[in-house]
Design a protein around this ligand. Structure first.
Ligand code: ZN
Length: 275
């Protein structure tokens, strides 16, 4: 059994992220499994060294052991940063194209403003019929999500064409997109259990749709568990909150808060604090 904690170093981790990390650890402990730490810094424009440091510091504070992944910030920067793997991801896209991805994916030239104008995302400009070339700075590669695409994610059905539409797998700025990276990394890791917040159900559906094109049967076959999300005092979901000003206070009171949150979110999934 292999599971993973996969934070993004684009801000300091909040209580919800800490609770997710703890739940991953409890799940692994329950199943006698292995934890991988994967730091997703593909969007290097938002990643900062202090956020990477915060991840290692949080793992140490919560006493979470991981067998796979970077050991510390220096190891991460030298060997594990995803910014080092752009060409590897590019070759994965080429391999997928050789297997017939082009019947499903297409280059989209729509501007960000055009795309954000439609609430579900997707390509608003009909680029799919245009057979545009994929050109850095000019086009992104999108995965087509046909009408009526229902993806089974755990115990749920996601109507992916309605909630997300055609999604980007290679960005206009010539970088791999999150969904592509996530599938490839979970495939290579051999992840068997993926535990995420409920805000990632739709993303998971996109990744399941993409998985066969990346020869990632293990990703399609993995067990998916989703926990609820914590809310702020004003009812805002923590996962949507932008950048807390600094790292979580590493004291006993905060530790109790994180443990209580993980206990509450894990209970419906049968994930319990080890005794
Ligand atoms: Zn388009």
């Amino acid at each position: 059994m292999i599971t993973r904690f996969a934070p993004t170093p684009s801000g300091y981790l909040h209580v919800g992220n800490a609770a997710n990390a703890l739940l991953v650890a409890w799940l692994a402990a329950q199943a006698d499994g292995v934890i991988a730490l994967r730091i997703d810094d593909v969007d290097a424009t938002r990643a900062r060294p202090e956020y990477v440091e915060d991840i290692f510091d949080l793992m140490a504070w919560l006493n979470i052991p991981w067998a796979i992944g970077p050991r510390n910030s220096a190891d991460f920067t030298s060997h594990h940063s995803m910014t080092r793997s752009t060409e590897r991801y590019r070759s994965e896209v080429s391999a997928a194209q050789a297997r017939g991805l082009d019947a499903y994916a297409y280059a989209c030239a729509c501007s960000r403003a055009q795309v954000t104008a439609i609430p579900t995302g997707g390509c608003p400009g009909g680029c799919r019929g245009l057979s545009l070339p994929l050109v850095p700075g000019k086009t992104a590669l999108r995965m087509h999500v046909p009408n009526g695409t229902d993806v089974i994610v755990g115990s749920r059905v996601v109507h992916l064409d309605k909630v997300m539409g055609d999604f980007v797998i290679w960005r206009r700025d010539d970088l791999p997109a999150y969904h592509l990276v996530s599938v490839i990394e979970d495939r290579d890791l051999g992840t068997t259990h993926i535990l995420r917040g409920e805000d990632l159900v739709e993303s998971t559906a996109a990744q399941l749709l993409l998985a066969p094109h990346l020869a990632a049967n293990s990703v399609a076959d993995a067990t998916y568990l989703f926990h609820g999300l914590l809310v702020d005092e004003d009812g805002t979901k923590l996962s949507k909150s932008v950048g807390t000003a600094g790292p979580l206070t590493r004291d006993d009171a905060m530790l109790e808060t994180v443990i209580a949150a993980a206990s509450r979110l894990g209970a419906p999934l049968g994930i319990l604090r080890p005794t």
